[in-house]
Design a protein around this ligand. Structure first.
Ligand code: NOJ
Length: 536
């Protein structure tokens, strides 16, 4: 039965932020040869695919999300040869490689933009979004940048403003010009021909903007904190024509075997699921970020899982994301004990799990002294840096207890400081500890791949009378069924789940200690404990 499924359905995706994984040339920044050295570790996790944040040439105004050449590798990360070696070494280990594609904007150093900005008559002018100033000389409309301030920057050379919803160094491409999509499809082919297994497409729901450049209305529900949220983004996000662009991107992937397109989309379920496409001809996986954004409470999460399951179209394959390079670390959001519960949840829900490097060892947000703050989101909005800054979740991987944690030469300054806990919290320390979260992760990944019910089985919520407990079953035909019971709270509970089965065998427990057969009529759940129970 598992053979009927694609690798991106049954597999686990592991996101690597290449700057922070492994440095091999002592410049304090991670690189591809370093990553190759760590592939055995990645394989040991039991994950199936690596999604790499951008590795292309870039002035690094937004750490690679500002690309100046789509068909090459930044020398800081290595060469195309290194990339080919990475691909071969990953494939040899049964690991897929997914690249980050950033089609919405380029770097302002990309030759397209340099040419576009040269003159109003430039043959590339309309590849970007240029507008005359408002009558008062100000920006053409009220659109805001996600990184703070207006989404428009005035360019002296030609006396017009250009659009950027992120840093001013990230001018937005104009997908109403057919040449732009054609060029991006060409870039996709370049990597697909090289053998990459797919793309995670950056802000895919932002590709098209209002043709009339109308002001966006005020958001009546604005909490007064993040300026970008003060408007309702009806003219810059989720426009209907976006789907036409995505279908053409997907058509390119479909020319190749077994590739995946994952869309970065932040929308409520009803709109999110439209990105599967009317004929399942858009994203294979529109990213589902709810486990990151919702309050960590059993009732909230249960409701979210049920609502998402209910919203999915018949052939829409679910997915769940627990962390990424834009959000505070899992263990910092929910605490170490609940990070284990969350890991059990992620790896037993129906749908492809995506986890962020370091979360498998419970890495926490680093403390970033002012002089090290690098993220434009924080640099541009210093008063909100503590909330919005993304440096804390991008600190170097913690491999060992030695200075610089084995990430780079002990005598080198890493590009971001290590999180303070690295001396006790690192891969080496956890490898040999049978109860570590790392070994929990491995056990769950192995079970997920071995047990059909866990990889592809149905999901059904189970009612319990404890508000802090979320329970559900996973079942596939002719396979062991499983019951998952998660305690989101600090109290213990005695549950009667005998309507599911009389007895169950503990297949995994978040503490990595509980074992044996349990009586489901009197199931004792410890504080912050999650159990994966085989019920047949
Ligand atoms: C989403 C990426 O995840 C984020 O890191 C980046 O800053 C923006 N898109 C702009 O590319």
């Amino acid at each position: 039965m598992a053979e009927q499924y694609n690798w991106w359905q049954t597999g686990i995706i592991y996101q690597i932020y290449p700057r922070s994984f492994q440095d091999s040339n002592d410049d304090g920044i991670g690189d591809l040869p370093g990553l190759i050295q760590r592939l055995d570790y990645v394989q040991s996790l039991g994950v199936d695919a690596i999604w790499l944040s951008p590795i292309y040439p870039s002035p690094m105004a937004d750490f690679g999300y500002d690309i100046s050449d789509y068909c090459n590798i930044h020398p800081m990360f290595g060469t195309l040869d290194d990339f080919d070696r990475l691909l071969a070494e990953a494939h040899r280990r049964g690991l897929k490689i997914i690249l980050d594609l950033v089609p919405n904007h380029t770097s302002n150093q990309h030759p397209w933009f340099i040419e576009s900005r040269r003159s109003r008559q430039s043959y590339r002018r309309d590849w970007y979004i240029w507008r005359d100033p408002a009558p008062d000389g100000g920006p053409p409309n009220n659109w805001l940048s996600i990184f703070g301030g207006p989404a428009w920057t005035f360019d002296e050379t030609t006396g017009q403003y250009y659009l950027h919803q992120f840093a001013k160094e990230q001018p937005e491409l104009n997908y109403r010009h057919p040449g732009v999509l054609a060029a991006m499809l060409h870039n996709m082919r370049f990597w697909l021909n090289r053998g990459v297994d797919g793309f995670r497409v950056d802000v895919i729901w932002l590709l098209i903007k209002d043709e009339l450049f109308r002001d966006e209305p005020r958001n009546p529900a604005w909490d007064g904190v993040t300026p970008h949220n003060s408007l309702l983004h009806i003219h810059t996000q989720n426009l209907p024509e976006t789907h036409l662009m995505i279908r053409q991107m997907r058509a390119i992937l479909d020319e190749y075997d077994n590739r995946v397109m994952i869309g970065e989309i932040s929308l409520p379920n009803e709109q999110l699921v439209e990105y599967y496409g009317p004929k399942y001809d858009e994203c294979h996986l529109p990213f589902n970020f709810q486990l990151i954004t919702l309050p960590w409470q059993a009732t909230v999460v249960r409701h979210a899982v049920n609502a998402y399951e209910a919203a999915l179209p018949a052939q829409g394959w679910p997915n769940w994301v627990l962390g990424n390079h834009d959000q505070h670390r899992l263990a910092s959001r929910v605490g170490q004990a609940q990070a284990r519960v969350a890991t059990l949840l992620l790896l037993t829900l129906r749908g492809t799990p995506t986890c962020y490097y370091g979360d498998e060892i419970g890495m926490t947000d680093g403390e970033i002294p002012l002089e090290f703050v690098r993220d434009p989101m924080a640099v541009n909005q210093p008063e909100l840096a503590h909330m919005l800054g993304r440096d804390p979740e991008r600190t170097p991987m913690q491999w060992t207890a030695e200075p610089n944690a084995g990430f780079t030469n002990p005598n080198v300054q890493p590009w971001l400081p290590l999180a303070k806990d690295y001396k006790c919290n690192n891969v080496a320390a956890q490898e040999n500890n049978p109860t570590s979260i790392l070994n929990l992760f491995r056990l769950l990944a192995a079970l997920r791949s071995a047990e059909l019910s866990l990889s592809v089985g149905d999901y059904a919520a189970v009612e319990t009378d404890a508000a802090d407990v979320f329970a559900y079953t996973r079942r596939a035909p002719n396979a062991h069924p499983f019951l998952v019971v998660l305690n989101f709270g600090p109290e213990s509970h005695l549950l009667n789940l005998s309507h599911i089965a009389p007895h169950a065998k503990i297949a995994a427990a978040t503490d990595m200690e509980a074992r044996g057969v349990v009586d489901l009529a009197t199931l004792a759940l410890e504080p912050n404990q999650g159990l994966l129970l085989q019920i047949g």
